[in-house]
Design a protein around this ligand. Structure first.
Ligand code: CMC
Length: 428
């Protein structure tokens, strides 16, 4: 294969180097396109063909259904590692030794108290507020309470900001939930593992001891691992681009939470369950909803189907489908929603509309069913996704800072009015 690409514009030829990644992916490096061509740019709406950075964190192959964090397959990590190990791996590049893992956890625990005044901000929200909006606001507010986390220029400063957000974020997640449930706000328990602590903080009733359920701990651990990173998706790109202006880590994460909220991204897990509920209420007629999804005049989309990158299957969906069966079985829950989900999947897999467009169930198709089995309310699903994605966002932000990436600033093709004279208000 040649090592360059040639672009011809008005009989003038320009050469651009090809770059090959460690998994043999090839890109055309157009960094000097504008300077060579005198100002010509590219147009790529939705960045469907455009790489925004070089990254050594996550590799995914949408055709083959491969997802690896730092070279380790998602299947192996979901089976053998715990969430904190995966967080360390994503952020620092290697699986931790026992000592490194313990130190990381100790440092996180040392930062797992948030300022009491933050409760006043939470109090001001109506109970009806969507938890993602509340979580994004509280995360942003953390900056005000931790100003030293904004200017992070050394690795040491970055580490401090990282353990702070890893420690405080689960508290905010739990508080967001407890506020909605009308439960007193609580702090964590330092004697517990990271995920056990999350569950206790979320679900502890004020008048009884919280008893850990290993099935729930393992299921949540696995879900968080599956969501931990997914290379340059909408929220991660948001985190990187906000961070590229040297806004602090917490502000960047807060922006990422807002991006994740949308139903085409992380909000899909909530949308899937609402869709399955609606189908159930409507008599369980999956064929009717398949037809709606295919009708171009109907805005309805089959939520939990399709992915920008995975075009054969989403490896996370496979793991989650199996986990959903196991968790519901272990908890002794029979959920008709699971049957509707399986029915839809079966129909979509043999329907030419979905097959031709390579639309397969994605990670969110089954995750909501597990969350529901765990007693997590539907509007908290995307918050749980954010909790899982936190280490990925941190890792991507840290990599962007260490690589000294320039501020993110796309170009555009201007298609508005050309210059025109100003009209005084009474002449318009
Ligand atoms: N139901 C029905 N039709 C669909 C769906 C769907 N879920 N997804 C895509 N299509 C159709 C779409 O109408 C288009 O058809 P046509 O070529 O005839 O115009 C074709 O498939 C390609 O769709 P697209 O929107 O151009 O594809 P995209 O890569 O821009 O969008 C997606 C990917 C995930 C936004 C989209 O598939 C979707 O909206 N899915 C439902 C929402 C969802 O489950 N999102 C969670 C994604 S996984 C979690 C995460 O990583 O955030």
């Amino acid at each position: 294969m040649s090592d360059k690409a040639i672009l011809e514009i008005n009989a003038q030829k320009y050469e651009f180097p090809l770059k090959t990644g460690t998994e043999n992916e090839v890109v055309v490096d157009i960094s000097n396109l504008r300077s060579l061509t005198g100002g010509i740019s590219t147009l790529d709406s939705g960045f469907k063909n455009t790489g925004s950075c070089e990254s050594a964190i996550t590799f995914l192959d949408g055709e083959k259904g491969i997802l690896r964090y730092r070279g380790y397959s998602i299947e192996e990590l979901a089976e053998k590692a715990d969430f904190l190990e995966v967080a360390f791996l994503l952020i620092f590049g290697e699986l931790p030794t026992r000592e490194q893992r313990d130190k990381f956890h100790t440092d996180i625990k040392a930062q797992s108290v948030v300022d009491e005044d933050l409760k006043k901000i939470l109090e001001a929200f109506p109970k009806s507020a969507h938890p993602m909006g509340v979580l994004s606001s509280l995360t942003s507010a953390l900056t005000a309470f931790n100003p030293s986390s904004v200017n992070v220029n050394s690795e040491e400063d970055m580490y401090k900001a990282i353990v702070k957000i890893m420690g405080k974020f689960p508290v905010l997640v739990a508080w967001t939930h407890r506020k909605k449930q009308g439960l007193p706000l609580d702090y964590g328990d330092k004697s517990l593992g990271y995920v056990e602590n999350v569950l206790k903080m979320m679900f502890r009733q004020p008048n009884e001891e919280y008893v850990q359920n290993k099935v729930l701990v393992d299921a949540l651990d696995k879900l968080l691992i599956l969501h931990a990173d997914h290379e340059q998706n909408c929220s991660t790109s948001t985190v990187r681009i906000v961070g590229s202006s040297h806004a602090g880590l917490f502000a960047s994460i807060s922006a990422g939470i807002s991006a994740l909220w949308g139903p085409l991204h992380g909000g899909a897990n909530q949308a899937v369950l609402e869709m399955l509920e609606a189908i159930k209420l409507d008599g369980g007629d999956t064929k009717k909803y398949m037809a709606k999804a295919k009708d171009k005049d109907d805005p309805f989309r089959l939520m939990g189907f399709g992915h920008r990158v995975y075009k054969n299957f989403d490896p996370r969906a496979r793991i989650i489908k199996k986990a959903a069966d196991e968790v519901l079985d272990d908890l002794g829950i029979e959920d008709p929603i699971l049957d509707i989900a399986k029915g839809l999947e079966q129909e979509a897999l043999k329907d030419s509309y979905f097959v031709d467009r390579k639309l397969y169930p994605n990670v969110d198709f089954y995750s909501g069913i597990i969350y529901r089995g765990m007693g997590i309310p539907t509007d908290m699903f995307t918050v749980m996704f954010a909790l899982g994605r936190l280490p990925g966002w941190i890792a991507q932000w840290r990599e962007m800072r260490l690589n000294k990436e320039p501020i993110g600033r796309p170009r555009q093709l201007y298609v508005g009015a050309t210059e025109r004279p100003f009209l005084e208000i009474d002449k318009r």
